[in-house]
Design a protein around this ligand. Structure first.
Ligand code: DGI
Ligand code: FE
Ligand code: FE
Ligand code: FE
Length: 188
């Protein structure tokens, strides 16, 4: 069993300083959002701490984890940037003993979202966009929306991702679009 301090040590040691600063920012923002919107702040803190654990793993190691453990094979035909979320959830359980499926799902879906996102999924995905260290066009608008609606903030976040992917002529992972559409339906 890892204590929170031991997890911090283990996770921060697997990434460059800058990415660890990002993770600390996501922890702070996730706890704030959880308190504001009635998710469990302790779960938000732990999911945020772990969310990018696999981000700096060598890409062939990420691929191997997905193949050998029969994780979502669809990801292998999509952008490698998506892999660390699925791999992160797997290693959070296997290597760090995190058993709570709500936390594992929040890690697993933090990049794409999913249809029927839980409150915790939304909190982590949105915190990842608005943490204090983030700086991309439109981030302040997302921060503003996040103050009054989890869904509005998240839609703006996913829209900015989709917009970025279109501009770069990247393949869009269908679940990213499905998540965005599902959130639109939720607020109608
Ligand atoms: O890990 P982070 O940088 O904190 O953020 P993230 O996990 O939300 O996103 C990682 C990257 O994944 C980001 O640069 C955008 C990219 N991404 C997100 N959704 C999609 C995507 N890339 C493709 N090709 N398709 C997607 O649907
Ligand atoms: Fe990530
Ligand atoms: Fe994200
Ligand atoms: Fe992140």
């Amino acid at each position: 069993r890892y204590s929170r301090d031991e997890l911090i040590k283990a996770v921060s040691g697997q990434m460059p300083e800058k990415r660890w600063k990002h993770t600390e920012g996501v922890m702070k923002s996730a706890v704030e959002l959880a308190k504001r919107y009635g998710a469990d702040p302790q779960k938000a803190d732990l999911a945020a701490l772990m969310h990018d654990v696999a981000k700096f793993w060598p890409i062939d190691q990420q691929e191997q984890v997905i193949r050998e453990n029969h994780l979502n094979q669809d990801l292998l035909g999509n952008d490698k940037q998506l892999w660390h979320a699925e791999v992160g959830a797997f290693v959070a359980k296997r290597d760090y003993g995190i058993e709570d499926e709500e936390i594992l799902d929040a890690i697993r879906y933090h990049t794409s979202g999913r249809i029927g996102m839980t409150m915790l999924d939304k909190v982590i995905c949105l915190a990842d966009y608005i943490e204090p260290g983030r700086d991309f066009p439109g981030v302040n608008n997302i921060r503003k929306l996040a103050n009054h609606s989890l869904e509005e903030g998240l839609i703006a976040g996913l829209d900015s991702t989709i917009h970025f992917l279109l501009e770069k002529r990247k393949v869009i992972y269908p679940l990213t679009v499905l998540s965005r559409n599902d959130l639109i339906r939720q607020i109608k």
